[in-house]
Design a binder for this molecule. Structure first.
Ligand code: ADP
Ligand code: MG
Length: 700
């Protein structure tokens, strides 16, 4: 790297120690390089003047030229302000200052021509601009101003030190000539031609001081690509490293367990998508490479069967297999269904959760260690230290978003070689995000629901409509269906939520009295055998209504339950609402989801309710969610450190991301160690990014 780029920022003319402190503190700008990477978020064109008569209040800014024809102080005390009138040959415009009135009164000169710039607002019938930028007109002043101007984010502190957009632009006029021709290229020549990119050196010039909008856009495209390309290259390197360092167990047999189950006991025909995914998994596990696969499939798409079939392949090859769930309820449920499905094959299944204690726990440990037990279902208790396997070959993790990367990696130490890992998630992750977050995993998608499912009808009711909702529930129960009523449970206010749940429970009890109606209740404070008892009563149809907190969110499967009522639905995020809704629609009957909310909703909550009512497609919902919350708020993304993009935007730049990933894959397959001469710039930049001593690592 050229030395000038790492020069400390206080040595830039016009900065000095005080401004340097603010830049460091507020923007993490320590060097020339850092400043170059502080990108504008928009541009304004200062080449033309608009006629005053053509200004409309929708404009985000206007630039006019006119003569100052009046200055007046109006109001008293706090309401005191300075107003001025600017006139051009088309009309007049009012200018207003609420702060610094004295200063402007002294410095503005009546009768002179000014360039005025700011955001217009319609005040009554008059158009005005408050706190406009005022420049005494001269040809020289205008020449300096002409053209596109970059607009930057700056903090209050920076503004106080003259480092607003204008101040920053001044710094760039000093910095850019100094670094011109000194910013190294980081892509290879072929890519540059292929993508028709301008040089990186040029891109930095153009992004800060664009000659025209077309060049600005090309500079932006170039720098976004750089960022995404290197992010992908790093992720793919991680994956490559794993494949080189860890060879996987080879499961090349498909034997009696798999074939026997498939031909004799498979309870239904697999969907096309399930078949495809099972093939992908078989191929992975037979290849000699270590499988690390993410299986995405919307709620109810039938991931469990895929897990079961994968487990049978492991068993056919003489290995043990484990399936891990995020909650006890879900682990119990998997245990019950696995036990039932595997019984005819004579395969023993055991459960390991926090509630399995004493002798039984010891028994499980021993049988896993001796290898007598081949299939274990459990919670994270499975990866706690005392659990030793004889030869674990496959671990399936259900509902991935509750398991962190660190927990996943613990699994690797459970055998001499890491077991194959299949991660299943029902929270669809938008493609772009998946490429970044799970870019080191291979991805399979079940994009098809089992046949015969009727789309769930989703309705939104406000508190006023509660009696009608109760009536609807009675009708459905009379038809033989069952109903969930779910209350929010948010950790910070657990006590309050508990009260909400209990108040709700009481009012439901009043509206649905025994002996006609039986109600179950389920929440996090209950002991696990009490939970099981209530779950069982509901599952077997003894109770018709299940009042619960979000403990039922994940995985619970009661096909006869066809109505999901979500209380205070506005307090849930979209992906959680979608998860909850997925608890119904599992049987042949038409199912319903009822969103109950307060009467008054903010615009965002309205959009969430509308999205839920309009679509059942988990991927569409995830896209809206990503747009609403931004990538930083989606579970698991914050810790990844992969989201700190300077210029790229995971929502808007998904196409660029895909191209970048493609290019990164091409480079790695052609030159796995990136040591060909033509790729030397790529290698050099990658080194800088991954070298913790380099200050570039801060700005990756
Ligand atoms: P999820 O992907 O949410 O984990 P499950 O595996 O729990 O979904 O499957 C949901 C329901 O669909 C279960 O009752 C399951 O038995 C059923 N199912 C799964 N695959 C099929 C299929 N190919 N045909 C019919 N029913 C299926
Ligand atoms: Mg599931």
């Amino acid at each position: 790297m050229s030395a000038i780029l790492s020069t400390s920022i206080e040595f830039l003319k016009g900065v000095g120690p005080n401004r340097a402190d603010v830049l460091k503190l507020d923007l993490n700008i320590f060097t020339f390089e850092d400043l170059l990477n502080h990108f504008p978020f928009k541009y304004v064109d200062r080449t033309n003047f608009q006629k005053i008569s053509s200004i409309i209040s929708d404009q985000s800014y206007v630039q006019v030229k006119g003569v100052l024809v009046g200055i007046e102080e109006v109001g008293t005390g706090k309401a005191k302000r300075l107003t001025a009138v600017l006139r051009d040959d088309s009309g007049a415009l009012e200018l207003v200052w609420f702060r610094g009135a004295m200063f402007f009164k002294k410095s503005l000169i009546l009768g002179k021509e000014y360039i005025v710039y700011g955001k217009p607002t319609l005040f009554g019938s008059k158009m005005n601009i408050s706190h406009p930028e005022m420049i005494l007109y001269s040809i020289a002043a205008f020449n300096e101003l002409k053209g596109l101007q970059a607009i930057y984010n700056s903090s209050e502190n920076m503004k106080n030190r003259g480092l607003d957009s204008k101040g920053l632009r001044k710094l760039f006029s000093v910095l850019l000539p100094q670094v011109k021709g000194k910013i190294p290229e980081i892509l290879n020549a072929e890519m540059m031609v292929d993508m028709q990119f301008m040089s990186r050196d040029q891109a930095f010039q153009q992004i800060h001081q664009p000659q025209n909008m077309e060049l600005a856009n090309r500079a932006i495209a170039r720098l976004k690509f750089d960022e995404l390309f290197f992010a992908q290259l790093r992720i793919l390197k991680v994956k490559q490293g794993r494949q080189i360092n860890y060879s996987g167990f080879i499961f090349d047999k498909v034997g009696d367990y798999f074939n026997g189950f498939y031909t004799k006991y498979l309870p239904f025909e697999l969907t096309g998508a399930q078949k495809r995914v099972v093939k992908e998994i078989r191929k992975d596990m037979g290849s000699g490479q270590h499988m690390n696969r993410l299986l995405q499939g919307d709620v109810g798409s039938g991931k469990t069967m895929v897990a079961l079939l994968s487990i049978l392949i492991a068993l056919d090859n003489g290995y043990q297999a484990a399936i891990m769930a995020p909650t006890e309820i879900l682990a119990n449920q998997h245990f019950a269904s696995f036990e039932e499905m595997l019984r005819p094959l004579g395969i023993e299944v055991k459960l390991l959760t926090g509630s399995v204690k004493g002798k039984e726990r010891q028994n499980v440990f021993e049988k896993l260690q001796s290898g007598e037990l081949k299939v274990i279902v459990g919670t994270h208790a499975l990866i706690e230290d005392p659990v030793q396997f004889k030869n674990i070959g496959l671990v399936v993790i259900d509902e991935q978003h509750r398991f962190g990367v660190a927990q996943r990696s613990k699994l690797w130490r459970k055998n001499t070689r890491p077991p194959h890992v299949l991660v299943m998630t029902a929270t669809p992750i938008p493609r772009t995000l998946a490429m970044t977050l799970y870019g080191d995993l291979d991805v399979s998608v079940i994009d098809e629901l089992p046949p015969g499912r009727k789309p769930i009808t989703t309705l939104h009711y406000k508190d006023g409509g509660r009696l009608r909702v109760f009536g609807f529930m009675r009708d459905q129960i009379a038809l033989g269906r069952q109903v969930y009523i779910v209350y929010p449970l948010i950790e910070e206010s657990e006590a309050m939520d508990y009260k909400d749940l209990m108040d709700g429970y009481e009012s439901i009890q009043r509206a649905f009295e025994p002996p006609h109606y039986q109600i179950s209740v389920l929440h996090g404070r209950m002991k696990s055998d009490a939970k099981d008892f209530e779950m069982h009563r509901f599952k077997t149809g003894v109770t018709q209504i299940m009042v619960a907190t979000t403990v039922i969110e994940v995985g619970v499967n009661v096909p006869n339950a066809s109505v999901m009522v979500i209380e205070s639905a506005e307090r849930f995020g979209l992906s959680q609402l979608h998860q909850l809704r997925g608890r119904v629609g599992r049987g042949a009957e038409q199912s319903y989801c009822v969103l109950m909310t307060a009467d008054k909703l903010g615009p965002e909550a309205k959009l969430r309710m509308r999205t839920m009512c309009e679509t059942n497609d988990g991927f569409k919902i995830a896209e809206v969610d990503l747009k609403l919350r931004g990538p930083g708020d989606i579970e698991g993304t914050r810790q990844s450190g992969m989201m700190d993009f300077k210029i790229a935007d995971l929502v808007k730049d998904s196409q660029t991301m895909q191209i970048a990933r493609q290019k990164a894959m091409e480079i790695l397959s052609d030159d796995p160690e990136i040591k060909k001469e033509e790729n030397k710039y790529i290698a050099a930049h990658l080194n800088l990014l991954t070298d913790p001593k380099s200050n570039w690592s801060r700005i990756s």
